[in-house]
Design a protein around this ligand. Sequence first.
Ligand SMILES: N=C(N)NC[C@@H](O)CC(=O)C(=O)O
Length: 376
Amino acid sequence: PVVTQTSPGNLTQFEYLALNSPLNLSDGHARQELTPTQGRIIDELPSLWAEAVKRPVEEVEREAHRTYFELLGQRSYPATDGRVLSCYSSSVAMEIFARSLATATDAIALVHPTFDNIPDILKGVGLRLVPLEEEVLHGGDLPADLLRSVGCVFVTTPNNPTGRVVSEQRLRALAAQCAEHGVVLTLDTSFRGFDTRAHYDHYAILEESGCRWVVIEDTGKLWPTLELKIGWLVSAANVGLPLAKVYSDILLGISPLVMSMVRRFAEDAAGGGLAELHRFIATNRTILRERLADIPGVTFPDPDSRASVERVHLGERTGLDVWTALREHHVYALPCQQFHWARPEEGAHSLRIALSRSASSVVKAAEALRSVLLAG
Ligand SMILES: N=C(N)NC[C@@H](O)CC(=O)C(=O)O
């Protein structure tokens, strides 16, 4: 992928450029070291393989999603009647959802800003996008004319890169509005594992609202599993979209070895690993903020975020200029223009730093960023 100063590609193309750098703080994937207990799960893979060969895949699959969903407080998810579809990644789940939705509507309200592969996938199936500003989404009921003009409301929660979480009462009100207007409510919860404020039972609220709903869950951002992950596509019984049909166009199923590995990581997380991960991310966030705290013009727009990424506002400097200067130090961050998919200039002065990295990498990157910013 070619990315030039004047014509930045999509965010993932920026992330490709960082993939082979030792100081890649660009993508939101987990790249820190395995903890000792996670390392022992990797040592178990041969026996997990042998066990997966012998057992019915639906058993392995159900254990995997039950352990993961319950770890994150989602006890009321529909575990039994085939409404949980396992995909190779959350983006594959997103593509299946988008193709299904496009058979039923031509317009969708999408949270703004958010990671640009979401609007790109939705535009790719011909949907017209209507930006739903975070302030409007969190501020109260959505305007009725917005809900009359779209077939779906799509919300990333916790949002990327802001970390903003839709509260329980906000979700209840949003689901009621979508039920009233017959609009599908879709949630991308890829960052939910990092923020206990997103661990209330979303599925209990969605099910009791009666609205048509879809949720995309992602195990891929939580643990450093070398891209071995699951995107779960979960839906309401009354969603009225051909999700299972489109799923069957794309795949038959995913590896039971990956399912077993995810179950074991979720068990380890339930046994204390998740709290440890939260402390790890919080420490990295503090390392970054402390090293940049006294630099004129630099601020942190998301003081309340617990996601595994941190946005830095650069004052007069542009994210692209700082990204380019950082690259001279072999450090890679992510310019934020493309998160603002409807008005990119709003992200021109921000940079996103990944926090699911070793503490030493975060220190080195913060020092490099500090020297670039102090150089003017
Ligand atoms: N299918 C795509 N484009 N995957 C990249 C995405 O996972 C990265 C991401 O979400 C983040 O860096 O925050």
